[in-house]
Design a protein around this ligand. Structure first.
Ligand code: GLY
Length: 388
């Protein structure tokens, strides 16, 4: 059976990015629908939820830094607004982060990061190993120094996703719990999509926000297909029994022999340990090797973790883009917009993405802060401009 239901905006993908886009669009009076078999699922069910604009700074990503910082600044109001609207607290916690080094190579790496942070005008303080242990007494005696970053906080992505589903429901967003099978294009314009059961949904604008699956929707012309690929991250969860609390008071992270490891403590006793970075296509298997690497590195940082119950192992897929930055706004196909490619920063960038997408959907223009992230930077014209 096939029917057609019409909206102003149809969002394909109900992860946190699709949901925040739909919620903000509906708040601005647009009739909005979301297509996803499991709204609130996806990478947010795996992510640790670090809001790490400063500790995850990389060379050459200054433009992205500005967007990351803009989003981090919005988090307190964003979380409060969601809580007030829905009664769901997304678990925003102003805990700060300590990035530590265990050997001379890691220490040199951290020193370089510190210099880059300072050049970028960011707050970050170098601490000796002893000062690190004074802040976090369970750190290994071998910690050689670290960076105290009091502005990198955390949110609980699962609670955030639940709050966004509730916010969409409260704001009148229609949730189609189904797979989008194909984009509909009519006279060179995106016009809706067809669901797995054959239902046709029509819309004035379609936003493709399907995370790592964004490059796979049938019917999207090759020229505007987002250059997004899955980057696997394995994560495990430990539980801190009440008698050990507080185990860690802030996020603790390190690069151990070149691999990132982080431990994110929640108020409810959950301790999230992540994450691997693997280019293996759409594989989401949890592997012995992945868990071994995480536990080995986390144990070097905080030996006491071996006492904690291991309560969950999971793998998710980050939507990687060619420059590690998101793709936001209109494509070269009329009526088709993107909100995808957030890679390591999807949770952090949720507030600013919602604002940017609602702005472009109502005015036709991206706000200033989001303009560098237009998908057109990867279009055919942009490719022709590249030096060979
Ligand atoms: N931002 C953390 C991660 O992608 O693992």
């Amino acid at each position: 059976m096939s029917s057609s239901r019409t909206s102003d905006v149809l969002v394909v993908g109900g992860g946190i990015i699709g949901l925040v886009t739909a919620w903000r669009a509906a708040q601005r009076g647009l009739a909005t629908a979301v297509v996803d078999p499991e709204p609130g699922g996806g990478a947010a069910q795996v992510a640790a939820g670090m809001l790490a604009a400063v500790t995850e700074l990389h060379y050459g990503e200054e433009t992205l830094l500005a967007l990351n910082l803009a989003s981090a600044r919005r988090y307190p109001d964003f979380a409060a607004e969601l809580t007030e609207l829905t009664g769901h607290d997304p678990g925003y916690r102003r805990c700060g982060t300590l990035a530590v080094a265990l050997d001379a190579d890691d220490r040199a790496h951290l020193r370089e990061l510190h210099a880059l942070q300072r050049r970028s005008g960011l707050e970050s303080e170098w601490l000796t190993g002893r000062e690190c242990r004074r802040l976090e007494p369970l750190l290994a005696p071998g910690v050689r120094g670290g960076l105290r970053v009091d502005g990198d906080h955390q949110v609980d992505p699962r609670r955030l996703a639940a709050a966004l589903v509730a916010a969409c429901e409260r704001t009148g967003v229609v949730l189609h719990r189904s797979w989008a099978e194909r984009l509909t294009v009519v006279r060179d314009r995106a016009a809706g999509c067809v669901l797995a059961d054959g239902t046709a949904l029509s819309a004035d604008r379609v936003v493709l926000a399907a995370g790592s699956l964004s490059g796979r929707l049938a019917g999207v012309p090759d020229a505007v297909l987002p250059p997004v690929r899955p980057v696997k991250g394995q994560v495990l969860r430990l539980t801190v029994p009440k008698r050990y609390a507080p185990f860690l008071s802030r996020t603790v992270r390190a690069v151990v022999r070149g691999s990132h490891v982080y431990l994110v403590p929640r108020r409810n006793g959950e301790l999230v340990v992540g994450a691997t970075t693997e280019e293996l296509g759409f594989d989401t298997a949890v592997t012995a090797g992945g868990m071994y690497a995480l536990l080995r590195d986390a144990h070097e940082l905080v030996p006491g973790i071996t006492e904690l119950p291991l309560t969950e192992t999971r793998a998710g897929l980050r939507p990687g883009s060619p420059d590690n930055a998101p793709l936001l706004g209109p494509t070269a196909l009329d009526g088709l917009l993107l909100a995808t490619g957030h890679y390591r920063n999807g949770v952090l960038l949720t507030p600013v993405t919602g604002d940017a997408m609602a702005h472009v959907l109502t005015t036709g223009e991206l706000p200033e802060e989001a303009r560098p992230f237009t998908p057109r930077r990867f279009g055919a014209a942009a490719r022709e401009e590249q030096p060979v």
